[in-house]
Design a protein around this ligand. Structure first.
Ligand code: CA
Ligand code: CA
Ligand code: CA
Ligand code: CA
Length: 429
């Protein structure tokens, strides 16, 4: 018997004992790599001071180190205060941290739990210990938000930048650019040094193709018809938030879809909204959003319904046609040590679903593109559920990740950012 049983139970007891004591000892167990941690002022319970007077620290090797963070303000309606761009806005409390403002930092920068007050810096007014928890395995880590009487020393790291004049964005891991003639989707994407990339553009453009039937008329609209008006933005060390108004003209000047939405850029991913609003309910509506790659011959495609991998060769043959196109939750295109990911997120209960758009054809003809062919074209075919949509407006979110090479299981880390988000609690002392 029973030796195995005894050994196993011994190991279980040992592991449990170890994990309890790891948490009691305040050792960081949080493994999340790509997640931001977003904590409202209400949760921090250390509000009321001018935003410039806060510092955020993590305990690493027995020292409190300043880590990159930002506090983004929100107004009474929950809209972000835009600190740059055309329409700058202000909160009603003269740049103080209040209950609905958001503290943001990266999970990868968190540290251990402070054993006592001895390591706290001189002259802090108040301190909040923020405990971050990953809900899947209760993994934990800590950071310390402190308020001072004067502007405090901060980390000089800046993970993400945005240039609204050139419509470009960059982090150490990726960069991109929008063409001013069709700025609804990027027309440059590149892997950067942080991943071992060299900034070479790998995308032709992001295509947005919409087919609408209304009042007996069929209309086809593309990314070149969609106007984007940037209202303003926030560019902090941890994230960039851009607020814009997009409109797709229909006919007689009636927009089929005029919506305002946020785009977020973080260290490893960009999170875009694809919003549709219907002043007139169309009889038929279908939208495809396609990442048209310049030349990904030899790269391998995986998604949630096609997990065994499919090599891109520029030719659409039977093996391409056999791919499962049903609604999917993640996809990745990978070349040895670099991977480009897509995921999409719908509001709870939303009937609209994305099937897989897949076209591996170097000879595909399309007048609206810059590099001939789709090598491949991979994306979202929102072809299901529009007829069951009750609301007049829906916001679907499309997220592009840039990581090192693909290993099975990475998709869980990526989906968990949205499916099992990190949570935070705080105590002040
Ligand atoms: Ca506020
Ligand atoms: Ca405020
Ligand atoms: Ca093929
Ligand atoms: Ca192309």
């Amino acid at each position: 018997m029973k030796w195995t049983k005894i050994i196993t139970s011994f190991m279980i007891i040992f592991c449990l004992a170890f994990s309890v004591s790891a948490e009691e000892q305040g050792i960081k167990s949080l493994q999340r790599r790509f997640d931001p941690v977003i904590v409202t002022g209400q949760t921090c319970s250390l509000t009321g001071e001018p935003i410039l007077h806060y510092g955020l620290y993590a305990l690493k090797e027995n020292r409190l180190i300043p880590i990159p963070f930002q506090i983004d303000e929100k107004d009474e309606d929950g809209k972000f205060i835009l600190t740059h761009g055309k329409h700058i806005t202000t909160d009603n409390d003269n740049n103080h941290f209040d209950a609905n403002d958001e503290l943001v930092f990266m999970a990868m920068d968190t540290g251990e739990k402070l054993p006592g007050k001895a390591l706290l810096p001189q002259g802090y007014k108040a301190c909040a210990e923020i405990e971050v928890t990953g809900p899947v395995s209760q993994e934990k880590a800590w950071v310390y938000l402190m308020a001072f009487n004067t502007p405090e020393y901060k980390s000089s790291l800046d993970y993400v930048s945005y240039n609204h004049k050139t419509l470009s964005f960059s982090t150490r891991n990726y960069s991109g650019h929008y063409n001013k003639k069709f700025p609804v989707g990027a027309s440059k994407y590149a892997f950067e040094e942080g991943l071992g990339g060299h900034g070479k553009d790998f995308i032709d453009r992001i295509k947005a193709r919409v087919k609408i039937k209304s009042m007996g008329i069929t209309l086809n609209r593309s990314e070149e018809d969609i106007t984007v008006e940037e209202e303003g933005y926030i560019d902090g060390p941890v994230r960039v938030v851009v607020y814009s108004k997009n409109a797709t003209p229909l006919f007689l000047g009636i927009p089929v879809s005029a919506t305002k939405q946020y785009t977020y850029y973080y260290d490893s991913y960009a999170d875009f909204a694809f919003s549709a609003s219907f002043p007139i309910k169309p009889g038929y509506f279908r939208a495809t959003i396609i990442d048209d790659f310049k030349d990904a011959k030899g790269w391998t495609f995986y998604n949630s319904n096609n997990p065994s991998g499919h090599i891109i060769d520029g030719k659409m043959d039977d093996s391409d046609k056999k791919l499962d196109r049903s609604p999917w939750t993640w996809s990745v295109l990978t070349r040895d040590d670099l991977s480009f990911w897509s995921v999409w997120i719908a509001p709870p209960g939303c009937p609209v679903k994305a099937s897989l758009y897949f076209n591996d054809d170097e000879n595909a003809k399309d007048k609206m593109e810059d590099d001939p062919g789709e090598l491949p074209g991979i994306g979202f075919d929102f072809n299901i559920g529009w007829d069951k949509l009750k609301a007049d407006t829906v916001e679907l979110r499309l997220v592009h990740f840039y990581t090192k090479g693909y290993q099975k299981g990475m998709e869980t880390d990526i989906r968990n950012i949205y499916d099992a988000p990190l949570s935070a609690t705080s105590v002040t002392f």
